[in-house]
Ligand binder design. Structure first.
Ligand code: NAD
Length: 497
């Protein structure tokens, strides 16, 4: 049995606790991951404390060169990384490559870190007085990541944190921990000094140890909302800077004038791709008007019937299994809840088995119609291959649905009407908006972050927001007197009056 160990300075030793890592295609345990504790974290923190000052003192161009080399190494190892990712997560290989590539695009942004870190300067803010601000690293940062993007989300975090001069400790999801380990190894190979990036595996015990550790200055978290909120509260209570991204329930609004063929293609990909295990998936579609709803439903049915579910290495499969048996059971339970609440289950994906892979964690695509905002299955995140149709009589009702929902990660509108789109983007109470774009994940040099229960804290991931999160500002007010006496009164606060 393969053992997955921590990546820390020195020997990680043997962990008394381990977790099972499944192959979702076969349903079998394929590896065991060490689950660390506070003592292990203390060792990682000590190594990070030893390494960080020299790394922060390394000029930013040299730090950026490590990012350039890392990017080349990841590209050279893309096939191996994608296979590994797919074998633990279950997403198809092409999608696994997308997961890695979207993370690499953040690394590309980090290659320009010298420019992003330039400070501000005001010459002559007062007589003989200049003011300048610099962005300095925080010291040691930590990242706690979810299972569904085991490459992209770690890179969202460790790329900017390290480029800014911090040491970083990553606690990846214990469900698919191998790719984060490989990424840390490749960073070492790219020339990152020992101790600047370490990986500690674990569950709640390790998360709590990170949140309580006095030497860790900042924590970035991505995962489900209840845990995000908990991480935010506990981390802030311990005096840390915390950003904590949570769950989602993204809506796609379909206006009567939308290009229905395109909508169906976009929706099936965004609702069922990666078996719905994306925080930017589109699990709710809101057609405006009964006629639009009927046309959409009719067009969706053959598209759903044509979906091919297969093992994650099947190049023709649209999506693979979900991550584990517990998650499969949870998704199927939500489908039952929808039925019990009175929604119309038009396509039932339960009971799907893939020949030769009967123990794999596969779920067929499901479609609900006549879902209403009062239903629990509408209010909560399902995170599986389940699409819900919520019919809206008009634009204002459609706008209100995502705006009033507890989650506010992403939303999309499909229309040919520029005025409606513009109005929607301006007024909707959601953090990321797509206009005829089903999955509006911003490019790396913009930033990622939802609203409401989709994010706690006030700073987004990556782009300049990432640089701001992983640095703090020091502002210097300087005066170089010429020696002549000045008559200022030292007892009154200096003003520019
Ligand atoms: P999760 O909340 O179960 O786990 C996330 C991390 O928290 C993992 O590292 C896990 O080890 C740790 N954890 C789990 N239970 C804990 C506990 N009780 N106390 C402390 N830490 C704990 O999330 P997941 O199932 O791995 O990922 C899916 C969730 O992540 C979905 O809700 C999805 O919407 C969300 N997500 C959000 C974004 C975003 O940017 N908003 C992106 C990706 C995923």
């Amino acid at each position: 049995m393969r053992e997955i160990s921590h990546v820390i300075v020195g020997d990680a030793g043997v962990s008394p606790r381990t977790g099972e890592v499944f192959d979702p295609n076969s349903g079998q345990v394929q590896a065991r991951v060490a689950l660390g504790d506070r003592a292990l974290l203390d060792r990682a923190v000590a190594a990070a404390e030893a390494a960080q000052p020299a790394w922060a003192a390394t000029n930013p161009q040299r730090r950026a060169r490590v990012m350039f080399r890392f990017k080349e190494l990841v590209e050279a190892n893309m096939d191996e990384l994608a296979r590994l990712l797919s074998s633990e997560h279950g997403k198809v290989i092409a999608d696994a490559k997308g997961d890695i590539q979207r993370g690499l695009e953040v690394i590309e942004f980090c290659c320009g870190i010298p420019h992003a870190l330039k400070g501000e300067y005001s010459q002559g803010a007062g007589p003989g007085i200049d003011v300048y601000s610099m962005r300095l690293p925080l010291g040691i940062g930590a990242g706690i990541t979810p299972f569904n993007f085991p490459a992209m989300i770690p890179m969202w975090m460790f790329g900017p944190a390290i480029a800014c001069g911090n040491a970083f400790i990553l606690k990846p999801s214990e469900r698919d921990p191998s790719v984060p380990v490989r990424l840390a190894e490749l960073m070492r190979e790219a020339g990152l000094p020992e101790g600047v990036l370490q990986v500690v595996h674990g569950d709640k015990e390790m998360v709590d140890a990170i949140l309580d550790h006095p030497a860790i200055a900042a924590v970035s978290f991505v995962g489900s909302s209840d845990i995000a909120h908990y991480v935010y509260r506990r981390g802030v209570d311990a005096g840390k800077r915390v950003q904590a991204m949570g769950g989602a329930k993204n809506h796609g609004i379909v206006m009567p004038d939308a290009d229905m063929d395109q909508v169906v293609k976009d929706l099936t990909g965004a609702a069922y791709g990666s078996a719905g295990e994306r925080c930017m998936a589109l699990p709710v579609v809101v057609p405006v008007g009964e006629a639009t709803a009927d046309r959409l439903r009719e067009a969706l049915l053959p598209a759903i019937a044509a979906l091919r579910i297969g093992v994650s290495t099947d190049a023709d499969a649209h999506y693979g299994p979900v991550v584990n048996a517990a998650h499969k059971a949870r998704v199927e339970q939500w489908i039952q809840t929808g039925v019990d609440e009175g929604a119309e289950l038009v396509v039932d994906g339960r009971g799907f088995t893939l020949q030769g892979h009967e123990q794999g964690f596969f779920i067929g695509p499901s479609l609900f119609d006549h879902v209403t905002p009062e239903m629990q299955s509408y209010k909560e995140e399902i995170f599986g291959p389940v699409l819900q149709i919520v019919r809206a009589p008009d634009f204002e009702t459609a706008l209100r649905l995502p705006s009033a929902h507890q989650y506010g990660n992403g939303v999309a509108i499909f229309t040919r009407n520029g005025h409606a789109a513009r109005e929607f983007a301006a007024r909707v109470n959601v953090g990321m908006v797509g206009i005829n774009v089903p999955i509006p994940v911003p490019v790396a040099y913009h930033s990622f972050g939802g609203w409401k229960r989709s994010a706690f804290g006030d700073t987004n991931q990556h782009g300049m927001e990432g640089v701001r999160f992983w640095t703090r500002i020091k502002t210097v007010t300087q005066r170089w007197p010429d020696g002549s006496p000045d008559g200022g009164n030292a007892f009154v606060i200096p003003t520019m009056g």
